[in-house]
Write a protein that binds this ligand. Sequence first.
Ligand SMILES: Nc1ncnc2c1ncn2[C@@H]1O[C@H](COP(=O)(O)OP(=O)(O)OP(=O)(O)O)[C@@H](O)[C@H]1O
Length: 494
Amino acid sequence: MLGCVLRKMCWKRTGARRGVCTRQPAPRVRFAPSPTGFLHLGGLRTALYNYLFAKQRGGAFILRLEDTDRARLLPGAADAIEDMLEWAGVPPDESSRRGGDYGPYVQSERLPLYSQTAAALLQTGHAYYCFCSNQRLDLLKREAQRSGHVPRYDNRCRRLQPEQVQQRLAQGVPAVVRFKLASGAEPFQDMVFGWTRHEVAAVEGDPIILKADGFPTYHLASVVDDHHMRVSHVLRGSEWLISTAKHLQLFRALGWTPPAYAHLPLLLNRDGSKLSKRQGDIFIQRFREQGVLPETLLDLVTHAGSGFDNNRIGRRLEELVCEFNISKITTHSALLDLDKLHEFNRVHLQRRIEDEEKCAVLRDELRQRVLHTHGSQISDRAVLEPLYIQRVLELRKGHVCSLRELLNHMHAYLWIRPRVTRQQLQEVSAEAENIAAAVIQLVASGGSFESTEHLNTELKLIASRLKHTKYSGMMRVLRLALSAQQELVNDEGF
Ligand SMILES: Nc1ncnc2c1ncn2[C@@H]1O[C@H](COP(=O)(O)OP(=O)(O)OP(=O)(O)O)[C@@H](O)[C@H]1O
């Protein structure tokens, strides 16, 4: 805790990493997903690091939806992304749902800003209209591929005379706006990757910034929005690192001060591929449905990567905020280890059970789940009482890793009368009826079951009176009668 306070003070008074003695304004950071799919673990980690960075320094965490790729929009994804951030405990301070001073927070509602900016760039000669048809662009691409070169636009329309441009516009020839890349690369200091330099004009043709349908591409839209939303730090996936040179050129052409950049290592699948919406990867909703707790996911994604002094298990959100240290983020991508999920959830579930307030919520949730799963089969309504549910939670904490597990067939005996036939019991022991009668008598006599030791002594006494059944055989009969399980209940995960 003390470390956290010191880090906050240190950040405010100095330029922290650079050691500059100036007071830093509270940062404004943004998470900017495209609503072309649901939030996955990789996106969640990038969102979380933005959140931690902002909260550690008393700043604002903005959610901006980048919905300019109209062909890939997925209905419902925008809402679902924000729902998942809220569920995960990292809600934005500003978003289209929450409002804020710098909205709209959805790019499709900001189109005039982009067209005005493109017009300004055309005006100052930093951009130009391009009338090249898709056919020509395809041809360029194929030619490059045939000759073993990386395909790139040849900047042909840069050379059009103003009259030619006017004429084509007047004729209604479809046009895009391209940004003139300057040659020569200016290095910049990335907060994670350090000094970086990318000679973009040497490897790429001039990029499109405004499409023929009036929608901006990512490059223009993100620069315009970062400027107008007063974003001070851009923390985004490292796949954008090489585009940053382009973005910095745009900032310069517009006369704007760029934000500081931190490119975050990506979370990868086991096969080394990037977790991505396009592959329908590991969506947060799915984990939630399976009973994974939000703090488990936060723990899992931070554990996979860097950004902390150590890799201990079981950090709560407040601890993540305190302990996050951007200078500890490494440049290499991290493999996601889903095998840890069970262990992490077990730890966090136990913590919730031990927290009075959170446990009350768990009890309600478990009750709902019990009703949903066993509903009409429940003959003893006492199993729905808070005290009973609390007892179940206490007994199974540290063993089960999700509430869902308490509803599987192995745990059905906790809620409904087990279905076992006399024959099944007799197959285990010919003295099954005697055992049952003796145990029923023990219960009816009001024997104290407060301690397991006491209960064991009583049960051993009953076993000693049996002729053909040992204590272990008697226990098998009881287990079968009470739980319909032949073997000990094994906790099996989600
Ligand atoms: N696997 C990942 N690990 C870490 N950050 C990621 C990962 N995938 C995406 N991000 C980051 O999350 C933010 C939002 O990403 P976005 O919504 O574009 O998701 P995406 O999975 O990259 O999408 P798509 O694959 O559909 O292009 C971006 O900053 C992006 O860099």
